[in-house]
Design a protein around this ligand. Structure first.
Ligand SMILES: NC(=O)C1=CN([C@@H]2O[C@H](COP(=O)(O)OP(=O)(O)OC[C@H]3O[C@@H](n4cnc5c(N)ncnc54)[C@H](OP(=O)(O)O)[C@@H]3O)[C@@H](O)[C@H]2O)C=CC1
Ligand SMILES: CC(=O)N[C@@H](CCC(=O)OP(=O)(O)O)C(=O)O
Length: 346
């Protein structure tokens, strides 16, 4: 069988590099072209020497990537995806955006939280936002896929079963998330400088992070009512991983056993979501370098508050792995193709 030709725009960034790394082990695709603005003409292995002798492809430009690929991943900061999406759409190619340009259905939310506007409104109508475990049916005939944010992925997977069951008091949701430093990308930023974050631990963008409207849109869709949340992210001085801890009130007669039953039922056919046994707590080290998501459930019987802990690798299930999962479904490939790696213990 001919391999599908895939291109990666922005391959020198963390998300782009992770897509390349995963695609190199994918059984059904070949990487046709990769691009960079800053390093065009250089090999990706010159920037990332771990690829030496394994992958020696020369970086080209965006136009060549689009021209020679059937599927295009854009791994750029937000605000850059529309023109590339348009070219791909007009040529009938599958476009997958790693950034936020197609994630929010309401343009006013995008304006408010990202400070831009939708120039190509038709493209936004055609775009499909997809966390596969929650929205996979949307991918039938999709030509533009908005890959979800890393925090919203961990939070939505953690809360979906209890919201769908209608037993959560949606006015009480508090979310406390921690992300490894790769979440901030490769660009230089003071807060991810080694001496600034090592040995430290602090929240940032408290109740003002731009993932808030995305989280609320996904949760409202599942709960079938408007959900607002308090969301506080923290920077954790590790390379990879997200731990999201969600607090939500449930009725006094709800038991941990009943709630566990809801989660088991909801995720019974999902390969990548694992519900941990009673008493265990999810730990980011157990999902690193993999597409798995671990969920642990804890009911505080004194306060009738359900506490859900959800961990993912921000670079894999929170970015590149989920994008490949979405691509696989959209192309009719095996959903887990290229994503079956087992998490290492350390
Ligand atoms: N890191 C993560 O955990 C996640 C990231 N994402 C999203 O993926 C996208 C890429 O993120 P990430 O890889 O982390 O970011 P990086 O900063 O690591 O990489 C972005 C890359 O885009 C390229 N680029 C092209 N044009 C510009 C420009 N005008 N300004 C800056 N960079 C430009 C740069 O490469 P060059 O100069 O070589 O072209 C750069 O390396 C973002 O939209 C991000 O929000 C989504 C989920 C998780
Ligand atoms: C630690 C850290 O800085 N994390 C990033 C996560 C955002 C991200 O990665 O981008 P997406 O919106 O595409 O998911 C942040 O808080 O901005």
């Amino acid at each position: 069988m001919n391999r599908i030709k895939v291109g990666v725009i922005g391959a020198t960034g963390y998300a782009g590099l992770e897509i390349v790394r995963l695609l190199l082990s994918h059984p059904n695709v070949e990487i046709a072209q990769i691009s960079s603005v800053s390093y065009e003409g250089k090999k990706l292995s010159e920037i990332y020497p771990q690829l030496t002798g394994i992958y020696e492809k020369v970086l080209t430009n965006d136009a060549v990537v689009v021209e020679e690929s059937q599927v295009v991943f854009a791994c750029l900061p937000h605000g850059h995806a529309e023109p590339i999406a348009k070219k791909c759409f007009d040529q009938g190619k599958l476009f997958i955006d790693m950034g936020a340009d197609f994630r929010l259905s309401k343009e006013e939310d995008y304006k408010q939280w990202y400070g831009g506007q939708y120039e190509e409104k038709g493209l936004h109508k055609a775009a499909v936002y997809c966390i596969p475990e929650l929205h996979r049916d949307r991918l039938k005939n999709a030509k533009i896929i908005a890959n979800p944010g890393c925090y919203p992925t961990s939070i939505s997977l953690g809360l979906a079963p209890v919201l769908k069951a209608g037993i959560a008091d949606v006015s009480t949701i508090v979310i406390d998330s921690k992300s490894g430093a790769t979440g901030a990308g490769r660009g230089l930023a003071l807060n991810t400088h080694y001496t600034e974050c090592n040995e430290g631990f602090s929240p940032y963008k408290v109740a003002s992070h731009r993932h808030t409207p995305e989280i609320e849109e996904v949760l409202s869709g599942i709960a079938k009512q408007e959900v607002t949340v308090t969301f506080v992210p923290h920077l954790l001085a590790v390379n990879r991983g997200i731990v999201s801890t969600m607090y939500v009130n449930v009725p006094p007669d709800a038991t941990e056993e009943t709630i566990r039953g809801l989660y088991e039922e909801f995720y019974k056919n999902e390969r990548f979501v694992k519900l941990l046994p009673a008493g265990a707590a999810a730990n980011l080290k157990n999902v690193k370098y993999s597409n798995y998501c671990h969920i642990s459930l804890h009911l505080d019987n004194r306060t009738h508050r359900l506490i859900v802990v959800c961990t993912i690798d921000n670079m894999v299930k929170g970015a590149a792995g989920q994008a490949i999962q979405n691509m696989n479904i959209a192309l009719g490939l095996e959903e887990a193709a290229g994503l079956t790696m087992v998490p290492p213990a350390f």
